[in-house]
Design a protein around this ligand. Structure first.
Ligand code: F0G
Length: 502
């Protein structure tokens, strides 16, 4: 079935049913692509493959419950070299669509030319050279793609711009999500921009204060659930059965569409040189799915000629995907398709996931099949790292002058392991994707540096001191009297402590 996205004209004051749209001037940008787009939602289950119109408000396949992909029926009109040229020229444009690091690549997106884009100029995130982190991982160089520099401080904004745009197109009144904090903050902001009602469901007491503060400030209805993220996800999916409610967790394929453009932005920043490895943290596994889809589509279009290996890192206590992948992670290319079948339906959820990296404290990741497809297609790995490794890697990333939240630091911790076991060699070209900003979780950072970071409060087998993480690279504040001599003495102490660090 082929379908054209229902189109809303810029400035249109109705949703086609006579009701006012009610969004503020300036919120909605005029046009997405320069061409009409033919695309559909496809079920990803091999035995099903059903297709549905873009205008159908569904999150999984109504026939078999499989995950959905948005698939274009026609390639963009321009050949790959011309596409690169168009995208590059847009860097010098002040058109709001071009200022967005997502909509700049709109030829990759399933939106019509006059889609009512809801944007906060997302994307445009820096790619940093990180020599200190490289040295820590025993690599000759390492780049950090800092998605934490998005408008609300996490990578979620790149998918929220497309998901909330789709919500407006569909005429939804209320947008909802379950969240460990970042999706919530992002949705709350984009819903505010579009003047939509927003309700978010978060596990009570298990998300960082900063993320909670953001959602409150952006005006969302914040519902604190007695339960964990997986409980919240289950309940929100039931709630979203009502047609006036639109679910924007990463199970929503329009989220993935926006998030996949990060692959294009990353490659563009590297003059289209494909890295050997791209490493991402894994929680609900939407991000890894999106990177996989982005790279694959760019290769299919001829924009790049090979795929980077995509590896996913999970925290040891919240690692159902890594457990599934196990030792078979490095299946030989010839057997990858086979192993993809072998893995199907095998993910065993973890009932009580545990990690201080609360963003990825998830035991039943919704998008694991898509993430599996991406890892197998690219020949990547899935691995776990310990709480200590995450904490130390985060402090090391900080020494490069780059601040991320704990979940993001799994990447550098994971790369260190992959180098140590020979999966990545010293001179390979590696990009770690940092997904959230340091300021998302300052309690964690302060506790690490004060050596007061304790793992899993529910773990009764260990004494409090056994649960304390070592402050291997800690940099605690120094208390001084208000005299010049005391300050100089404090500075000398600091210098002595850190003299071997750099
Ligand atoms: N890093 C950060 C900072 C996150 O917030 C998340 C997910 C991930 C990594 C994992 O990405 O789920 O696509 O595999 N946060 C979600 C949330 C679950 O609700 O904010 P994923």
């Amino acid at each position: 079935m082929k379908d054209k996205t229902p189109v809303m004209k810029f400035g249109d004051s109705s949703r086609g049913n006579g009701e006012p749209v009610g969004y503020a001037a300036g919120t909605i940008i005029a046009a997405a692509g320069d061409n009409e787009v033919i695309a559909a939602q496809h079920c990803t289950e091999p035995g099903c493959g059903a297709r549905f119109a873009l205008s159908e408000q569904i999150y999984v396949c109504p026939d078999c419950g499989g995950l959905l992909d948005v698939v274009r029926g026609d390639p963009p009109d321009s050949p790959p070299e011309e596409l690169k040229d168009i995208w590059h020229r847009r860097l010098a444009s002040f058109d709001p669509r071009d200022r967005s690091g997502v909509w700049r690549y709109r030829e990759l997106l399933p939106f019509a030319a006059d889609a009512p884009i809801v944007s906060l100029a997302e994307g445009n995130t820096p790619l940093y050279d990180a020599p200190f982190s490289a040295d820590y991982c025993k690599l000759s160089s390492l780049s950090l793609k800092h998605q934490g520099c998005n408008p609300t401080g996490s990578f979620k904004d790149t998918g929220m711009t497309t998901a909330v745009t789709q919500a407006v197109i569909l005429g939804a009144r209320t947008v909802v999500c379950a969240s460990t904090g970042n999706t919530a903050a992002s949705l709350a902001a984009y819903a505010a921009r579009a003047h939509l009602h927003c309700a978010i469901l978060v596990p009570r007491g298990q998300i960082s204060h900063a993320k909670l503060a953001q959602s409150l400030d952006y005006g969302a209805a914040v519902l604190e659930l007695d339960g964990n993220f997986d409980d919240a996800m289950r309940v929100i999916r039931e709630l979203a059965e009502a047609p006036s409610i639109y679910l924007v967790n990463s199970i929503n394929p329009f989220r993935i569409e926006g998030q996949k453009t990060v692959a294009a932005e990353l490659l563009h920043q590297r003059a289209w040189r494909v890295p050997d490895h791209v490493v991402v943290p894994g929680g609900n596994l939407g991000n890894s799915s999106a990177f996989g889809k982005g790279f694959k589509e760019l290769k299919d279009l001829g924009v790049i000629d090979r795929l980077p290996r995509l590896s996913v890192v999970q925290a040891e206590g919240a690692a159902p995907f890594a457990r599934l992948f196990g030792g078979k992670a490095r299946a030989a290319p010839a057997t990858r398709a086979e192993s993809s079948e072998a893995y199907r339906d095998l993910l065993e959820p973890i009932a009580h996931p545990q990690t201080l990296a609360t963003a990825i404290k998830i035991g039943a990741p919704v998008s694991w099949k898509k993430a599996l497809r991406a890892v197998l297609e690219t020949g990547g790995s899935v691995l776990t790292v310990t709480e200590q490794e995450i904490a130390d890697a985060k402090a090391i990333i900080g020494r490069d002058g780059v601040g991320c939240e704990p979940a993001s630091a799994t990447t550098v911790a994971g790369i260190k392991r992959l180098v140590a076991d020979g999966t990545i060699s010293r001179d390979e070209d590696v990009v770690a994707v940092l997904t959230g900003h340091l300021l998302k979780d300052t309690d964690y950072a302060i506790n690490y540096h004060r050596k007061k970071l304790y793992i899993h409060e529910g773990d009764n087998d260990k004494t409090k001191s056994e649960r304390r993480l070592a402050g291997t690279y800690s940099n605690p504040p120094i208390r001084v009297k208000a005299t010049k001599a005391a300050i100089l003495e404090g500075l000398m102490r600091h210098e002595r402590k850190h003299k071997d660090d750099l």
